[in-house]
Design a protein around this ligand. Structure first.
Ligand SMILES: NC(=O)c1ccc[n+]([C@@H]2O[C@H](COP(=O)([O-])OP(=O)(O)OC[C@H]3O[C@@H](n4cnc5c(N)ncnc54)[C@H](O)[C@@H]3O)[C@@H](O)[C@H]2O)c1
Length: 351
């Protein structure tokens, strides 16, 4: 960490200079005690272009970037099945990591990353921007306070649209680099919210298929029935075959209340015991910022990345544990892998 004047700056390097890297750069620019000092991509022109734009160093390999002693934190923005190697290289060179979702595409690869950071004494968190939506924070709080009574059901509906061009690259929709399709890439944001408020999933039964994008290896549509360890039931529906894309929703309901989130909005907020702040909450979260990425991956706000990065850096400074640290990013990967296994074998899978 560089000490310049009063404020200590965390020096950050980005690995993978594609679409989401730009959001990382914007987020870092918004954080007072952080600065982007290097980027890396195997595509040299892309790395050079991004480095020129942000006036920082350009590297052509993640190994080289990790050897840069000035860097304190690395953000990982490579295709999902290429998160493990740079995350481990960063740990082995003493750098903390902020890793894009999914943390990796299998639990084995996630575990290898976690093990490397444990061994090195470095810290790692996953990126899930929706965790920082205020509407979700209010929901999580209501559930934690028991305001829904005995929770009986929770569901994720993630009806995205992606066009043919999106899948005409080298990695989207492939098992090796995307780790799956609609669930592992798109629905995972809302599946993570489910994992964050619900107990562990005990078992799943699922179907999946590629119905709209028949040329891709993995699923573009999947449905799964869930049973949580406390007996609560749930559902997941995720797709990239729903033109023109519709709001993602997360529903949680029980004996004393119901909350339905649509993207960053709250559309249902009803409890048996209404509190004075409830009407204000309904009003505060009645509107969306409209940037949900449901039809276009670039049409998202970078504010969630700011909150995610800043939260992790604050915890690096305070020594507290960050809410998306360690195996928190493993839960959604484990659940999605179980859904894939169930759908492939047409059998119930226990987690
Ligand atoms: N949090 C979000 O909202 C969000 C949104 C989009 C993508 N993502 C995630 O970000 C990651 C990247 O997605 P993207 O859309 O930016 O992909 P992209 O294809 O636009 O960019 C990936 C970049 O990584 C580079 N790359 C590949 N292998 C590399 C290596 N070994 N070393 C260095 N660079 C390498 C590629 O050349 C490319 O420039 C994925 O894991 C994806 O799931 C997250």
């Amino acid at each position: 960490m560089e000490g310049s004047g009063k404020i200590k700056k965390w020096n950050i390097g980005i690995i993978g200079a594609g679409l989401i890297a730009d959001f990382h750069a914007k987020a870092i620019a918004d954080i007072d005690n952080a600065q982007l000092i290097a980027v890396c991509d195997i595509n040299k022109a892309r790395a050079d272009e991004m480095a020129a734009k942000h006036n920082c160093k350009s590297y052509n390999s993640y190994q080289e970037l990790c050897q840069d002693k000035e860097i304190d934190i690395v953000t990982i923005a490579t295709p999902s099945g290429l998160h493990m190697e740079p995350s481990i290289a960063a740990a082995e060179t003493g750098k903390h990591v902020i890793c894009e979702k999914p943390m990796e595409i299998t639990t084995e690869r996630v575990d290898a990353i976690l093990e490397a950071h444990k061994k090195a004494g470095t810290r790692i968190c996953t990126i899930f921007p929706s965790r920082f939506h205020k509407a979700f924070r209010a929901t999580k709080d209501a559930v934690a306070r028991g305001r829904l009574g005995r929770v009986t059901f929770a569901s994720v509906i993630a009806p995205f649209w992606r066009n043919e061009e999106y899948y005409n690259d080298t990695w989207h929709g492939t098992w090796k680099l995307d780790g799956g399709g609609a669930l592992m890439n798109q629905s995972i944001h809302t599946i993570d919210l489910l994992c964050a408020v619900m107990p562990k999933v005990e078992s799943v039964q699922a179907y999946m298929d590629s119905l709209a994008h028949t040329q891709i290896e993995a699923e573009d549509t999947a449905v799964a029935a869930l049973r949580f360890v406390d007996g609560t039931l749930g559902l997941i529906y995720g797709t990239t075959g729903s033109y023109p894309g519709n709001q993602k929703s997360f529903t949680i309901t029980g004996t004393d209340g119901t909350v339905v989130l649509c993207d960053d909005m709250i559309v249902t907020w009803q409890f048996r015991n209404e509190l004075p702040e409830d009407e204000q909450i309904r009003q505060n979260f009645a509107k969306t910022n409209g940037k949900s990425g449901i039809a276009d991956p670039a049409d998202i706000s970078y504010q969630g990345h700011v909150d995610n990065f800043k939260g992790f850096i604050d915890c690096l400074e305070s020594g507290e544990k960050f809410e998306l640290e360690d195996d928190e990013g493993r839960k959604s990967v484990q659940l999605i892998r179980a859904i894939y296994q169930s759908a492939k074998n047409l059998k119930m899978v226990k987690l």
